[in-house]
Write a protein that binds this ligand. Structure first.
Ligand code: DX5
Ligand code: ZN
Length: 218
């Protein structure tokens, strides 16, 4: 089953509650929340307060993507705010194994993300320890960028590893430039969670956008 996770980065923040209700109604599976610190990436977005504000609005899992330095410092805050999945960047974690286990011990699912230029081998050793791997198909920092298709071969390699090692419940997530066309390529490569910001919030018909990304409207 393919999950679609609309990224609220592209939502209208002045009416965030309404925007979330709209994608929930439109069939979203998870809500993706992009946290940026102006250091790891060249943009500043939201923090635990926004996660806390979103939490009572939906029963869907809140998928928190930390694009921040020293993410280990903030895990407790995001868990308390109501995150269900916390994903950290491999590039931001010199002690990735420790950080991943800190997330799991805090009682939520743990993910690891890699940037487009990071080889897939960088997550090979941690694969059995995580619930989710996130492949960035844009350089993180902003919504609305173009999909970098060379990342597809990394997704294929990772889904092959997962299959060989019997990691059947691993979530393989793709984030950046996902629209109905690129979503099909991601699904073919083995991805099972598709994040979409502008492709969902940039259109009025959220259900149609979500269905087309999931591939269920084909
Ligand atoms: C980018 C963020 C993405 C972003 C995706 O740094 O991690 O989640 O919101 O936006 P689109 O789908 O517009 O590329
Ligand atoms: Zn993201």
């Amino acid at each position: 089953m393919i999950k679609v996770a609309p990224s609220i980065l592209s939502a209208d923040f002045a009416k965030l509650g309404h925007e979330i209700a709209d994608v929930v109604q439109g069939g979203a599976d998870w809500i993706h929340i992009d946290v940026m610190d102006g250091h790891f990436v060249p943009n500043i977005t939201m923090g635990p307060l926004v996660v806390e504000a979103v939490r009572p609005l939906t029963a869907l899992p809140l998928d928190v993507h930390l694009m921040i330095e020293q993410p280990e410092k903030y895990i407790q805050d995001f868990v308390k705010s109501g995150a269900d999945v916390i994903t950290v960047h491999q590039e931001a974690c010199p002690h990735l194994h420790r950080t991943v286990h800190q997330i799991k011990e805090a009682g939520v699912k743990a993910g690891v993300a890699i940037n487009p230029a990071t080889p897939v081998e960088m997550i090979k050793e941690i694969l059995a320890d995580v619930d989710l791997v996130l492949f960035m198909t844009v350089n993180p920092g902003f919504g609305g960028q173009s999909f970098i298709s060379s990342v597809l071969s990394k997704i294929k390699t990772c889904s092959k590893w997962a299959e060989e090692r019997g990691l059947n419940s691993l979530f393989i997530e793709v984030d950046g430039g996902v629209n109905r066309k690129t979503a099909a390529l991601c699904r073919q490569a083995g991805a099972n969670v598709l994040v979409a910001g502008s492709a969902v919030f940039g259109t009025d018909n959220r259900r149609e956008a979500i269905d087309s990304i999931r591939g269920s409207s084909l």
